[in-house]
Design a protein around this ligand. Sequence first.
Ligand code: 6CS
Length: 313
Amino acid sequence: DTWRYAFEEALDEVQGIFAQKFKEEIEANSDHEVQLFPYGTLGESADTMEQAQAGILQFVDQSPGFTGSLIPEAQVFFVPYMLPQDTDALYDFFRNSKAIHEMFPPLYAEQGLELLTMFPEGEVAMTTKEPVTSPEDLDEVKFRVMTNPLLVESYQAFGATPTPLPWGEVYGGLQTNIIQGQENPVFFIESTKMYEVTDHITFTGHNNFTTAVMANKEFYDGLSEEDQKVVQDAIDVAFEHILDYQSNLQEEGLAAIKEAKPGIEITVLTEEQRQPFMDAAASVEETFIEMTGDSGKAILDQMKADIEAATGS
Ligand code: 6CS
């Protein structure tokens, strides 16, 4: 039989590399086939999530940036400056987090989804038309965010006018000046040519892009124990593969952007310049707790404990 797996990126982007490894492992270790549906072939992220919930798709990759409206607690990944900035600590966190491995699965299950893994895709950078060194610079900037209420809060706290949009509207929106900024990891800024429609890349250190891979729960529960193990093993292999794959991805992406557009301005904010953005994070955390109550607070506390364990602080 054939299992259908949709993701939010192209085949040669991070989610696609993960999906290809998953497919390779499944097909090497079972009689099942995996059919891959890259971004755009079945609609936007919200569409593929509906298809996965309905069982039309067996697997889907959807980032918490879009899942936040379905599972409010998933918005925790948008509390700014919460995830470790050190790569080893970040990977350690994703490997061992109790919040991810024990607390999130029941929340996804309530939505008919078996949460298989979450992994990081790289530090998020802002790309804008004008330079950004302080929240004041974001005043009057319509800044595209994924459709996630807490991300809207973050950019409001950062001083911008947040504009939630599906991915498909971002390039055109920047081109026609409906929006003047967006955020994404460097590999994605490069592969989707965001540098063609923005002139400044700014590293504020406020987040890393998290994504999640899920199965339709009814489908997953109906698998034999043996097949469930094949799926879990394939996920484990693809997880380690995708972390390895990213070891030089940011440097390579930046080099390619500079080559394609020598005039691009790349700025890494200093600690001092980051401070007002960091100060804004506290109110975003409070809003997260207001939005999600006890359940969200418990996840936030566990995330912090997991991060502390990973950073050894
Ligand atoms: O910003 C977005 O909407 C997209 N960014 C990434 C890195 N992956 C998929 C997502 O749709």
